[in-house]
Write a new protein. Structure first.
Length: 438
């Protein structure tokens, strides 16, 4: 039993399990709009699905399903030691469930809405029937949601926003308007939300959210221009996570390659943003004297690496001459990416997707404008939740465990090492050992 009088004691506040999707499937119960249905691909026009003439088979490439004895290059957090290992296991062929007593808020746009909808299912919203829509951004599209309680007694919440939290955007038009407008009504709706302490108990004890333990930000290049995503804007969003929401831990998702990255100048601009995010996290406690108040921990979810790993693995499947992502360095991704990432469908759209992101084959039709689709990305921005959100959920749970599990007093070096292990395992195509799958 933990002794609170001891300055150092062990706790476990968040856990996760991996499952065979045939036994524990992701049902997409909350994601009504952005999914990757098998069969005829459709787009919505005037609120009706219209076939595009493309087909989605629903089959993962073998290299993204299960692998045997692949070579993987590891390096330590300080990049001082490199070593190779061989691993076998599942890549995208698993689902995730999460148990936690933490109160977690995910903030972002329609991509984050997808991830939050899956995260809500992972934390028990469907099974416990404990999810509520607090407000809609527009008809049929969620603006704020809460799962309370989660499996484990915590909270999983989502706040739709198209920018980073900023005082300059208070009272401005909310999602889906540019820039990230927000209001105290939205904050009050989240913090004052009442829910049953134990959904399964005959007792009807109620509680309120009150404050969040952790906030996860999707840094939204696309809704925000590259030059708007500055260090000051990022730091302000982190600080407001505590001031407005009570959070003492913030996770920043770095920015991946998507159809919003149209040129190499955009690509390098995004890399600068990601370097800034990394530097903010690594130096968070320098020159800050908050006496235990404010955000205490800033972590990075390496979402950029996850997209790169899956894109490169699919590109290999399609016959592109690229490296195995498990042995590729950042320099490798930069050099090879310039040669093939901008190989896009010629569909005449404003945001044409990259072929190695969305296509299941390089056999294009309609003058290079269409291809049969994979089950990885829907459109070069939104993911296929069926395959791409399990690693996201496991990664968030793993990262929060770096802060909230184990000894109550941790130094920053141990948290950084743990953060790196979480990203290496789940924000990648690192195999998940079959022994981990229940």
């Amino acid at each position: 039993k933990n002794d609170p009088s001891d300055s150092i004691f062990n706790t476990t506040r968040i856990t996760f399990e991996l499952h065979d999707p045939k036994i524990v499937p992701l049902t997409n119960s909350y994601n009504l709009y952005v999914t990757c249905k098998v069969g005829d691909v459709t787009v919505r026009k005037r609120r009706k699905p219209v076939p595009t003439g493309e087909i989605r088979s629903g089959e993962l490439p073998p290299s993204l399903k299960r692998v045997e004895n692949v070579t993987i290059t590891f390096n330590t957090a300080s990049n001082e030691i490199n070593y190779n290992l061989q691993r076998s296991g599942r890549i995208l062929d698993f689902t995730t469930t999460i148990s936690t007593d933490l109160k977690i808020l995910l903030i972002g746009d329609s991509v984050m809405a997808q991830l939050a909808e899956s995260f809500d299912e992972m934390t028990g919203g469907v099974k416990l029937q404990s999810r509520q829509i607090l407000w809609e951004a527009w008809t049929g599209h969620e603006g704020g949601t809460v799962v309370g309680p989660t499996r484990g007694g915590g909270v999983s919440a989502f706040w739709r926003m198209t920018g980073l939290l900023s005082q300059s955007m208070k009272g401005k038009p909310p999602a889906n308007a540019h820039g990230g407008g927000w209001s105290y009504f939205e904050i009050g709706s989240l913090l004052d939300h009442r829910y049953r302490v134990d959904i399964r108990s005959e007792m009807n004890a109620m509680t309120t959210v009150g404050a969040f333990d952790a906030v996860v930000f999707r840094v939204m290049h696309g809704w925000m221009e590259i030059e708007e995503i500055t260090r000051d804007r990022l730091v302000e969003a982190i600080d407001l996570s505590y001031e407005l929401l009570g959070a003492k831990t913030v996770i920043l998702m770095n920015v991946p390659f998507t159809n919003n990255v149209k040129t190499m100048d955009d690509y390098w601009g995004v890399q600068d943003i990601n370097d800034n995010i990394r530097h903010i996290a690594d130096t968070w406690h320098e020159n800050r004297n908050d006496d235990g108040k404010g955000v205490q921990h800033v972590l990075v979810q390496d979402y950029d690496a996850f997209y790169n790993h899956v894109i490169w693995a699919n590109a290999l499947h399609l016959g592109y001459n690229v490296s195995n992502p498990l042995v590729a360095s950042r320099k490798t991704f930069e050099v090879e990416g310039e040669k093939f990432l901008f190989d896009r469908l010629n569909d005449g759209g404003k945001f044409s997707p990259s072929i190695p992101m969305v296509c299941a084959t390089r056999q294009l039709t309609h003058d290079g404008g269409k291809c049969d689709r994979n089950i990885l990305w829907m459109d070069g921005m939104h993911v296929c939740p069926e395959t791409m959100t399990a690693r996201y959920g496991a990664s968030i749970a793993c990262l929060l465990g770096c802060v909230y599990n184990g000894e109550s007093e941790k130094n920053d070096d141990s948290i950084r090492e743990c953060e790196k292990e979480c990203n290496d395992q789940f924000m990648s195509v690192m195999p998940a050992d079959e022994a981990w799958i229940s």
